[in-house]
Design a binder for this molecule. Structure first.
Ligand SMILES: Nc1ncnc2c1ncn2[C@@H]1O[C@H](COP(=O)(O)OP(=O)(O)OP(=O)(O)O)[C@@H](O)[C@H]1O
Ligand SMILES: [Mg+2]
Length: 291
């Protein structure tokens, strides 16, 4: 258990709409501390569980072998109030610059849409037309993330939430580790919702088949993970399903949840229940159909 309150604060700042952030030095490395944000929908909660979601989502990405930011959970005390925070190790150390996918999309000069537009056809067109990165590597990362985001129920993989590390001395560019998984695993589920989900299969099915939707859109409509993946209509998505599903080890993932500090037994049971359900009903179902 780490108390980040007394560590030296740096002048590196971070944008993003989902809560306060500070940079601190911990064990010689720069970390971005993410503070819990006020819930946008569930006003009955004082804080959403986004910091726990960030930690779990990132560790699940790591468990399937996708490069991801390193995260730690700890506390931070301000005005006598202790908060649980997630510390994300800054991967731009050494002078690298994070360039998000939105900025790469902006290089497509005859595109009618802006960099932050998440229409799938525009995103895929960017993979083919941009010249900075091998388009296959780019496409594979996008679809691998899409499959893991389906597992963890992430609704916020917008074009600012993935990207590249740029070295301005060499003009070199490479995929950045995955970051910002704070909007996965139902961060606004309170204890009452967790209990009802554990007890009631209709509540679970609602959260497998209908919620959340992806941040990516087709014809202006957010993609439904189950319907899209199980349709098997997108060959790149199918290939990612083939790559990722065999890498998912539910025992590893359950151990990650059970070893998470600051989380109640009820909350752990809720996470394990939803991860199992999403794995079986979205990914395993589609994988079997594909084979
Ligand atoms: N590990 C990291 N190292 C360096 N920079 C990072 C890291 N993680 C995030 N960032 C930068 O900080 C910004 C804010 O972080 P993050 O996306 O996690 O916040 P957020 O408030 O959840 O964002 P959103 O507005 O997408 O909800 C990112 O857009 C990115 O530019
Ligand atoms: Mg973000």
């Amino acid at each position: 258990m780490i108390d980040f309150t007394e560590f030296p604060v740096r002048n590196k700042t971070y944008a993003g709409a989902n809560g306060s952030k500070l940079s601190v030095i911990y064990e010689g490395n720069l970390y971005m501390l993410k503070f819990p944000a006020a819930p946008s929908i569930n006003k009955g909660m004082s804080y959403a569980n986004g910091c726990i979601s960030e930690y779990l989502g990132c560790h699940i990405f790591d468990s399937v072998g996708i490069p991801v930011q390193e995260t730690l959970l700890g506390t931070y005390t301000k005005n006598g109030k202790q908060k649980i925070v997630v510390a994300c190790k800054d991967f731009t150390a050494g002078g690298l610059v994070l360039q998000d996918f939105a900025s790469l999309k902006n290089t497509i000069i005859d595109s009618a849409h802006n960099g932050y537009g998440t229409e799938l056809s525009d995103i895929v067109r960017t993979f083919e037309e941009q010249t900075a990165i091998d388009s296959e590597i780019l496409s594979e990362r996008f679809w691998d993330m899409f499959i893991v985001d389906a597992l963890i129920g992430n609704w916020d993989r917008h074009n600012g939430n993935w990207g590249f590390l740029y070295n301005s001395d060499t003009d070199g560019i490479a995929l950045a580790p995955v970051y910002d998984c704070g909007s996965c695993l139902y961060p606004q589920a309170d204890e009452e919702i967790m209990r009802s989900v554990i007890q009631d299969s209709a509540e679970r099915d609602l959260r497998v088949f209908e919620r959340p939707l992806s941040g990516i859109k087709i014809n202006g409509q957010k993609i439904n993970y189950f319907r899209f993946i199980s349709s098997l209509e997108n060959q790149d998505c199918n290939r990612a399903l083939r790559r990722i599903v065999p890498q998912i080890d539910m025992n590893k993932i359950i151990a990650i949840v059970n070893d998470t500090p600051y989380v109640s037994d009820l909350q752990k049971e809720f996470y394990v229940t939803m991860l199992r359900e999403r794995k079986e009903k979205i990914l395993d179902f589609s994988f079997l159909k594909l084979n």
